[in-house]
Design a protein around this ligand. Structure first.
Ligand code: PMV
Length: 324
């Protein structure tokens, strides 16, 4: 096969990846746990051809060059090395996320690229091998390879740093109501952010806590214990943003509306709604709730000044090849 198409979901981490042990291989400082997001997809086609003189990349029909293409190029080089081939590739990628929503797409993008490129090169990688390959493109992409609720074991080397499913998508009817906060300014990307984590005096304190957070989060998911999930998800979100804010130079991702959503979620939870939040390297707020209240939660979120739209996603499946 020289052409293949794959689809992968984005994911949201309850316990976050922030900081690398090895930046080049994206071996993280700590393990993390996430949920794939059904409906937020990247579709990627990879075509290897002797007619191509160099690798090309288009995302949502726009040709990409510079650092974006270089990152794809590096992953394709790994695939070529594994397959013992030298052909260049045409990579055509589409995100179905709303344009301009400020949602990071690198996890779904590198998971879909890894699967499409390896299949197009004739490789049949195991889920673990694919997760390791995706990790080298974007750390969190390794968690978009398996399905449902996923844990990334940090490991110490390329061989033992990969993600695996801890529960299938239908294990727990949760929803992620993503509150898109308007006026999102250009922010520092996560690759640069991970490099800065070590400059924070709080980084080692968070690292010391993460093993306990992973145990609690894993247990909360397996037992469908929303209150425990809420407490530890928010605790790690606050710990990670404390590290970001105290890095040199500091990283401050929140907008005023980010805080409005956080305060509203606390008030709703106090009144008994099963709801909590987490925030990635940007101003948008992922409001996690039980699916039965997702409609109500998203209707209340759009009423908050500064929230321009709300996307709702349920737990998603693994990266998969698309047969055309
Ligand atoms: O995979 P990266 O380099 O885009 O890093 C992801 C970082 C966070 O989204 C902030 C946390 C996470 O675990 O997804």
């Amino acid at each position: 096969m020289t052409t293949a198409t794959a689809r992968a979901c984005a994911n949201i981490a309850f316990i976050k990846y922030w900081g690398d042990r090895d930046a080049a291989l994206r071996i993280p400082s700590n393990g993390s746990i996430s949920m794939n997001l059904e409906g937020l997809y990247t579709h990627t086609e990879v075509r290897f051809s002797p007619e191509l003189k160099k690798d090309t990349l288009t995302i949502n029909a726009f040709p990409i060059s510079g650092p974006g293409l270089a990152r794809v190029n590096t992953l394709l080089d790994r695939v070529r090395q594994m397959a013992g081939m030298r052909l260049c590739a045409q990579v055509t990628s589409q995100n179905n996320f709303p344009v301009g929503a400020g949602l990071a797409s690198s996890a779904s993008a590198f998971a879909a690229l890894s699967l499409a490129a390896s299949a197009a090169a004739g490789l049949q990688l195991s889920e673990r091998e694919l997760s390791r390959l995706a990790r080298t493109g974007s750390g969190s992409a390794c968690r978009s390879v398996p399905g449902g609720f996923v844990e990334w074991q940090a490991g110490e080397s390329d061989a033992d740093s990969f993600a695996f499913s801890i529960a299938p998508p239908d294990h727990w009817a949760l929803a992620d109501c993503i509150a898109i906060v308007s006026q999102a300014h250009k922010f520092t990307g996560s690759t640069e952010g991970h490099a800065r984590a070590h400059t924070s005096p709080l980084h080692l304190a968070r690292q010391a806590e993460v093993p306990r957070l992973l145990v609690e989060c894993r247990r909360a998911i397996l037992e469908r214990d929303f209150e425990t999930l809420a407490v530890f998800t928010e605790l790690d979100c606050h710990l990670m943003h404390a590290v970001m804010m105290t890095s040199s130079p500091p990283l401050l991702y929140w907008q005023p509306a980010t805080l409005s959503v956080m305060q509203a979620v606390h008030a709703w939870r106090k009144r008994g709604l099963p709801v909590c939040y987490t925030i990635d390297a940007g101003p948008n707020v992922h409001v996690i709730c039980e699916r039965g209240v997702a409609h109500r939660v998203s209707a209340q979120l759009v009423e908050i000044p500064g929230v321009s739209q709300v996307l709702v996603a349920s737990p998603g499946g693994p990266a998969r090849l698309e047969i055309r």
